[in-house]
Design a protein around this ligand. Structure first.
Ligand SMILES: [Zn+2]
Length: 467
């Protein structure tokens, strides 16, 4: 009988990793679903450094739902530790990984240098992986279209379905021979928010025996897009009146493009008071270009609106937008004391250019910080959301005088009701295993699913289930 083993993202939202062990009769090796990085604090760093050599030796293929680092960020480590087989993903994910993994390697090499300078006399640390490992990883990646049947070893077939979360994101639909019959295993990946712009709505699947389902927002619904935009506009107006800057720590992939889309619509409606908008992230700039290149994967209605507003000229989407690529350009923004919108990474304020903007602006009452995405426990972003009165940034302890606004409606994840609706579309009463969520969210979703007579379970780390 084929089995599934829960290796990561069990009771947490990062480090996604599951192993599908085929039926003994025709086993050619296991299939790894996801190889995600652990994020948030020292424990995560230690987990990311764990040796993957023995895991790599058991694998015949890897399948990936999407390019976010908590799902794909340890692939170069797996390759460094000996994995030489194919990595299957969608074409959009393949393109995104080139940017995401190269950036991750660069950040790691820089962080390791910095740590080593403080470890004088002790044995130097090595980065978890390097650009060479990233290049080998990309060589092993095979891109596929949505709906295409991919044949894996041991007679397993795989189809990617649009998950509507970020460019190239997919649910992984697997047909697995097990004890003389075929079992259908669906892994949701991260499910998109059907209300969000640019992405299509997540595809509803109807057939499965077992479903691994994400539960990030299993305990709450987002506000509607309409309310969200009103809230966003209100904060922008207040910031303008108060004379402060607006800081938006943004995830380079998806959220940034979505925010730019909304800013563009506000601008063309005459309701955007700010005329200077900085996109201060080389990675977000590259990803925005990628979204333009892969526009056939995006929601056609949203693109039509954008096209109409700007009379077909992309330069008119948002005329006040400045893309700052170099460090000098980024530092020069520190001279802008008010009236600007600054979009910079990292999304959870765990590093990146947003840190120096926070250092400049967080002590000013006129500053507005807009949190537009999930903030993992242990990150600076989470401390801000939780109302910390002082925080440590780049070695300094700073009082938080800026106001912090969490605008949850921009989430790239489905909310509770949307998760329930997606799960409710299956016709043949599959068994659900809730993954990729903090315990409170998982328990709330489990309860709601049980109330609707769905069989929802919460696996523990290293649990194995029979298919
Ligand atoms: Zn994701």
């Amino acid at each position: 009988m084929a089995t599934l083993e829960f290796l990561g993202a069990v009771g947490e939202v990062t480090g996604s990793c599951y192993r599908l062990i085929p039926d003994e009769a025709d086993a050619e090796g296991s299939i790894l679903l996801e190889c995600g990085m652990h994020q948030g604090g020292a424990a995560a760093d230690a987990a990311n450094r764990e040796d993957l050599t023995s895991l790599a030796g058991t694998l015949s293929a890897v399948a990936l739902s999407h390019g976010h680092l908590d799902h794909a960020g340890l692939l170069p480590k797996l390759v460094r530790d000996g994995y030489r087989g194919p990595i299957h993903c969608t074409n959009g994910t393949r393109a995104l990984l080139e940017i995401m993994l190269a950036d991750a390697a660069m950040v790691m090499e820089r962080d390791t240098d910095w740590q080593n300078r403080r470890r004088r006399g002790r044995e130097p640390l090595t980065p978890i992986y390097t650009m060479d490992d990233v290049e080998r990883t990309l060589d092993q990646c095979q891109g596929h279209g949505y709906g295409e049947v991919v044949h894996l070893p041991s007679g397993i077939r795989l189809v990617f379905r649009d998950a509507g979360h970020i460019l190239g994101s997919a649910c992984v639909d697997l047909m697995v021979p097990s004890a003389g019959r075929e079992r259908r295993l669906v892994f949701s990946g991260d499910l998109g928010n059907p209300d969000s712009v640019l992405m299509r709505a997540p595809e509803r699947l109807q057939d499965a025996d077992i479903v691994l389902m994400e539960s990030t927002y299993g305990d709450r619904d987002h506000r509607s897009l309409e309310e969200t935009l009103l809230e966003f506009q209100q904060v922008l107006n207040e910031a303008h009146k108060g004379g402060g800057n607006v800081l938006i720590p943004a995830f380079a992939v998806g959220r940034t493009q979505e925010i730019l889309y909304h800013l563009s619509r506000l601008h063309h409606a005459g309701s955007l008071p700010q005329t200077r908008i900085f996109l201060d992230s080389p990675m977000a700039i590259r990803v925005t270009d990628l979204y333009a290149r892969y526009r056939e994967l995006l929601d056609p209605e949203d693109l039509r609106i954008l096209h109409q507003l700007a009379a077909g000229d992309p330069a008119q989407y948002l005329p006040g937008l400045r893309r700052t690529r170099t460090v000098e350009e980024s530092m020069a923004i520190n001279r802008v004391h008010g009236g600007a919108i600054i979009i910079a990474g990292a999304g959870m304020c765990s590093g990146g250019r947003i840190l120096h903007h926070l250092r400049e602006n967080i002590g000013k009452r006129a500053t507005r910080i807009i949190i537009v995405g999930f903030q993992a426990a242990g990150t600076l972003g989470r401390q801000l959301v939780d109302g910390a009165s002082s925080v440590r940034i780049l070695g300094d302890t700073l009082d938080v005088r800026a106001s912090v606004h969490t605008i949850g409606g921009f989430s790239a994840h489905a909310g509770k009701s949307q998760l329930l609706a997606w799960a409710g579309a299956f016709r043949n009463r599959p068994r659900f295993y809730l993954v990729h969520g903090e315990p409170a969210a998982q328990e709330a979703l489990q309860q709601a699913m049980q109330d609707q007579q769905m069989d929802a379970r919460i696996p523990a780390p290293l649990d194995r289930i029979d298919l």
